[in-house]
Design a protein around this ligand. Structure first.
Ligand code: SIN
Length: 588
């Protein structure tokens, strides 16, 4: 399909014809660009669009400074140090990505990255500097062969970046709508983006369900960590952007590659929700992992030992936990001493102490937890998705940079670089204005709020760090039952759960969980952060390719997840190679 702005799309045209059950919008705003999300990616895109004179509205689920960016500890990777080069950064990124990175995307990231970090500094972000030379201090993290990670406030990099960007957004007078859960994409009869519907929680200038009409929508909604029981992600990370994009007919890719951070503070086997991260930078500064007997176990497993790429360290920890029948391992950094802990890692020190652990005098109990979605809404190198006028950047996007496993501290950089590219694209070639959006007839069933915990437990048991055909089949069956029950109530009795934040979030979580499990079942190999016990090897001949998924509707009003694959992750304008075929269907 070709649009009036000359853009081609492989999407469904008018989307899937599915939207969330929600009241009709009671208020409306107009804009040239609406940015959904207020992390590094969203706010950078908003600042650049506004600076170019585009009327920009930022909508965000909590407060402007409440997204995932704020929680980033380690820092932002870029070839800034003496002797470092974008080429070396590229090499480390490709190795971590386990054969699935799009090299063109990575090359853009590493070459445009240093300039993007300097522009972030010019915006007001203050990074830690050497007291004598005034140069930016750089640390190491897993998978990096040199010191390349700039940090701020010791281990509070995300908080500092967020502070600087939020101040800049206020100074620029950009209109913001806080406490707003995005619901669905508005599309015109030709499938072009026409804005979003959203729900504002609580009372404010806007209240209840409304709409922002705009021909360009930038999704920067962050991740989906809440699909698992234990995650480093805040409670707002419920996959809303990916679910919205799927309902709008966009393609998503690589959803099976969920990164589990190896060192998350262990708070008990049944801990649920957001868990405190213990940054890889702690290992970068010399902390090491020991097992229940106090023995180091990563040496000999990889040339970088504790600083191997994240998937290898997570697997090393899980294996030793299985061998010892333990719930966790330990991270030992007692040798840092009190002063270094207080100056370099004040956030982690405070988090550990608030849970009764003093890292100055005792090893920290750690275990892997869900941390980052390497896949997401598929984009080209300008951040365009397969739906005209819909862009994605940051964790919600799959730009091809991360492949099967993101390199540590590449995420803030990816958010910066691709947000700037999106803004350039919108400014240079504004999406054609669309009408107000046509109503989509079918409103899918809403899940009850309690389903959130069910989904998290199902996913943790069946699609966590260790996966197998059996565990994934059990997860798929359990998720399908949740969907089938809700669909039955809707179709047979015209009943569905009460529309509201909890039920919309549960419905989004189910949507992304089902697609994630479908892709993980299909990928019968172990690669990057996708670990199949029943297929322990990497199979390059069959599986050096991406699983690209989109939803479509059957005549029976059932969701069908269709899959295709691509060997080389072409531009979104390029038709995919192999025919799309169903990998999951919910015929009722
Ligand atoms: C960390 O500080 O270990 C997390 C950094 C990242 O996820 O890139």
């Amino acid at each position: 399909m070709s649009t009036s702005s000359g853009r081609a799309t492989t999407g469904d045209g008018s989307g899937t014809g599915i939207r969330l059950h929600a009241p009709a919008p009671g208020w409306a705003l107009g804009a040239d660009v609406v940015v959904v999300g207020s992390g590094v990616a969203g706010l950078t895109a908003a600042l650049r669009c506004a600076a170019a004179g585009r009327r920009t509205v930022v909508v965000t689920k909590a407060r402007l400074d409440d997204g995932s960016t704020r929680w980033a500890q380690g820092g932002i990777a870029a070839a800034l140090g003496e002797g470092d080069t974008p080429e070396q950064h590229l090499d480390d990124t490709l190795v971590a990505g386990a054969g699935l990175c799009d090299e063109a995307a990575v090359r853009l990231l590493v070459t445009e990255g240093p300039g993007a970090v300097r522009r972030l500094i010019a915006t007001g972000a203050e990074f830690d500097r050497d007291a004598d030379t005034g140069e930016i201090e750089l640390t190491r993290e897993g998978g990096h062969h040199r010191r390349r990670i700039a940090h701020a406030g010791g281990d509070a990099t995300g908080a500092e970046i967020s502070r600087a960007l939020v101040e800049a957004v206020h100074a620029a007078g950009i209109e913001t709508v806080e406490n707003a859960l995005v619901l669905d994409l508005l599309q015109d009869a030709e499938g072009r983006t026409a804005g979003v519907t959203l729900h504002v929680m609580g009372e404010g200038q806007h209240d209840g369900v409304g709409a922002v009409h705009a021909p360009a929508v930038i999704l920067a909604t962050g991740g989906m960590g809440q699909v698992f029981s234990a995650t480093t992600n805040p409670s707002v990370s419920t996959g809303d952007g990916v679910a919205l994009a799927l309902r709008a007919g966009a393609e998503v890719s690589d959803l099976e590659f969920v990164q589990f951070h190896p060192t998350v503070l262990f708070l008990g086997p049944d801990a649920e929700g957001q868990q405190p991260l213990v940054s890889e930078a702690v290992r970068g500064e010399g902390a090491y992992l020991v097992d229940a007997d106090g023995v180091r176990f990563m040496t000999g497993q990889h040339e970088l030992a504790e600083l191997a790429p994240r998937d290898i360290v997570a697997k090393g920890i899980m294996r030793r936990m299985q061998e010892q029948g333990a719930h966790h391992m330990f991270l030992d950094a007692r040798h840092f001493g009190r002063q270094m802990w207080e100056q370099r890692f004040p956030t982690i020190l405070a988090a550990c102490r608030s849970h009764g652990i003093d890292p100055v005098t005792e090893p920290i109990p750690v275990a892997p937890a869900a941390h980052y979605a390497s896949g997401g809404v598929r984009t080209d190198l300008r951040g365009r998705t397969t739906v005209p006028g819909l862009y994605a950047c940051g964790e919600v996007a799959c730009t091809g940079v991360h492949g099967a496993n993101r390199l540590a501290s590449n995420s803030l950089l990816e958010g910066l670089v691709f947000a700037e590219r999106i803004a350039e694209d919108i400014v240079a070639d504004a999406p054609a204005s669309a009408g107000p959006g046509v109503p989509v007839p079918f409103r899918g069933p809403l899940l009850p709020a309690e389903a959130r915990l069910d989904i998290q437990r199902i996913m943790t048991q069946g699609a966590g760090v260790l996966r197998s055909a059996d565990s994934l089949r059990a997860a798929a069956d359990a998720l399908d039952s949740l969907y089938a029950a809700a669909l039955y109530d809707l179709e047979m009795h015209g009943k569905t759960a009460e529309p509201g934040v909890d039920t919309w979030e549960a419905t989004n979580l189910l949507c992304v969980a089902r697609v994630l499990v479908a892709a993980a079942r299909r990928r019968e190999e172990t690669r990057g952060c996708h670990w199949r016990e029943d297929h322990p090897d990497r199979e390059d001949t069959t599986w050096r390719r991406h699983l690209v998924v989109r939803l479509s509707r059957t005549e029976k009003r059932a969701l069908v997840v269709t899959e295709t694959d691509t060997a080389d992750f072409p531009s979104v304008d390029t038709p995919l190679r192999t025919p799309v075929h169903p990998i999951l269907s919910q015929e009722s």
